[in-house]
Design a protein around this ligand. Structure first.
Ligand SMILES: [Zn+2]
Length: 113
C-alpha cells in the first residue's frame, strides 16, 4: 500500500507532467499547416508529411493526457497504485518512472506479449 505522502508525491508528479503535456499539445496545433511565410511549392510533400506527423504526435500526447487524468482520478478515489488487472500493488519502481501506470510489472508484461 502507498502512504498518503507517497500518493501526494506521485500526484504532484502527475500534475506537473500534465502541465507539460498541455503546453506541448498547444504547440502541436496542426492549424499552423501552410502558414509558413517562406513556404515553397516544392516543399508541399514534406509539409504534408510533417502535418501527418504532427497529428500523430498530438494523438499520442492526448492519449497520454487521458492516462494521466485517469491516474489523477485514482489518486482521489483511493485506487491509485493498485493494478487494475490483478488488484496487487504496483511496484514503486514503475510508478517512479511512469506515475500514470495502471498495471503492475507482471500484468504489463502479459499485456505486451
Ligand atoms: Zn497486476
Amino acid at each position: 500500500m502507498l502512504t498518503k505522502e507517497e500518493i501526494e508525491k506521485y500526484q504532484s508528479a502527475l500534475e506537473q507532467e500534465r502541465r507539460l503535456l498541455v503546453a506541448e499539445i498547444e504547440n502541436e496545433k496542426p492549424a499552423d499547416f501552410g502558414s509558413e511565410p517562406d513556404g515553397e511549392l516544392e516543399e508541399e510533400a514534406d509539409e504534408s508529411e510533417d502535418f501527418a506527423n504532427k497529428v500523430a504526435i498530438k494523438d499520442t500526447l492526448k492519449n497520454r493526457l487521458s492516462e494521466i487524468d485517469m491516474a489523477l482520478a485514482r489518486t482521489k478515489d483511493g485506487t491509485y497504485g493498485v493494478c487494475e488487472k490483478c488488484g496487487k500493488d504496483i511496484e514503486k519502481e514503475i510508478l517512479d518512472i511512469v506515475p500514470e501506470s495502471n498495471l503492475c510489472e507482471t500484468c504489463k508484461k502479459l499485456v505486451a506479449e
